[in-house]
Design a protein around this ligand. Structure first.
Ligand SMILES: C[S@@+](CC[C@H](N)C(=O)[O-])C[C@H]1O[C@@H](n2cnc3c(N)ncnc32)[C@H](O)[C@@H]1O
Length: 318
């Protein structure tokens, strides 16, 4: 046990025996890069080997997915993380096992100046895979800086932008008139909202009137705006470098903020999460902070002390 929420097993995941079922399994396994990963310091060779004989990699992935799929609850999601340049084998296996797959494209780093014969590789793919009715909590990103200018109107509540109420000619809306301060507001093609609703908004001072054009708008307040619904292109979660905010303890360690988004989206407070190839334990570390229970496994025995240190240091960046 690492703490009340997180347990760790130093094991080959294919030998891991459990009666638990998981709402979320996140895995970031070796990618068949043909490299040995170390932390890249002269006096520290902590890391793992990613060298495979021909065909062995696809056989291993097949076994891994077959095993993990059976550990999902019926509302569970498996998120398989891999670089886009190594994703071909994995994709061909996942589509045999899952009815639903959504690919998420994560821009993990900036392009490098050293590329010559092909473009720089900067994208990881996260295959979100499920078979049942999975847990899905849509996340939002803050409104972009370049659309903040739209909130240029101000009243006693705060800054707001204008949401159209007038219907255009493509559909017939709700046809009625509103009288306000001696001006009649009406539109040939109707309004997008019912009259009772608009009257309620008027009482609450949430309608912006433009008497000259006889137009009404809904006030959209900046401080009430939930943000933009997340798409499957993620460019806002930066890969960790050696910063004090998310110190690098293990090669290929993933950013806490990336795991935060995945965990919030595909699990609930009472969910149990599994990271079968956990490395430095980012998944467990973030799950604990978000009050979820998590099981971690790794074949590399060094990972236990790394994870312990992580929890002892308690350096959160979410
Ligand atoms: C890319 S790293 C994971 C990094 C992790 N996401 C993090 O944030 O630190 C892959 C890990 O898979 C582990 N691994 C490789 N084969 C394994 C196996 N058969 N069972 C369990 N763990 C394995 C390696 O030891 C390595 O720590």
């Amino acid at each position: 046990m690492i703490n009340n929420n997180v347990s760790y097993y130093n094991t080959d995941i294919l030998n891991f025996d459990t009666s638990d079922e998981f709402d979320l399994i996140y895995l970031d396994p070796p990618y068949e890069t043909n490299r040995t990963f170390t932390i890249n310091s002269l006096d520290d060779d902590t890391g793992f080997d990613d060298k495979w004989d021909e065909k062995k990699y696809s056989e291993w992935i097949e076994k891994l997915i077959t095993k993990l799929k059976d550990l999902l609850t019926n509302k569970g999601t498996l998120v398989f993380h891999i670089s886009s340049e190594h994703s071909f084998v994995v994709e061909s296996i996942l589509i045999k096992h899952f009815k639903k797959i959504q690919k998420i494209y994560w821009k993990r780093c900036h392009g490098k100046n050293t590329v010559k014969n092909k473009m720089g590789e900067v994208i990881d793919v996260l295959f979100a895979c499920w078979n049942g009715n999975n847990i899905f909590n849509l996340q939002h990103t803050p409104i972009e800086e370049d659309s903040v200018w739209a909130f240029k109107n101000k009243d006693k509540r705060g800054f707001y932008s204008l949401g159209a109420l007038k219907h255009d000619r493509t559909r017939v809306g709700n046809v009625y008139k509103i009288e306000h301060d001696g001006v009649i507001y009406e539109n040939k093609y109707g309004w997008k909202q019912k009259k009772e609703y608009v009257e309620k908004l008027i009482k609450e001072d949430r309608i912006h009137f433009v008497p000259d054009s006889k137009n009404m708008y809904v006030k959209i307040y900046k401080h009430e705006h939930k943000g933009v619904p997340l798409s499957n292109l993620w460019t806002d979660k930066h890969s960790i470098t050696r910063t004090a905010k998310d110190p690098r303890l293990y090669p290929t360690q993933k950013p806490q903020k990336l795991l935060e988004r995945i965990i919030k989206m595909y699990s609930n407070d009472d969910s149990l999460i599994l990271d079968p190839v956990c490395g430095s334990g980012t998944t467990g570390f973030v799950a604990d902070k978000l009050n979820r229970k998590c099981v971690l496994c790794d074949i590399n025995k060094d990972t236990f002390n790394i994870i312990k240190k992580r929890f002892d240091d308690g350096i959160y960046n979410i």
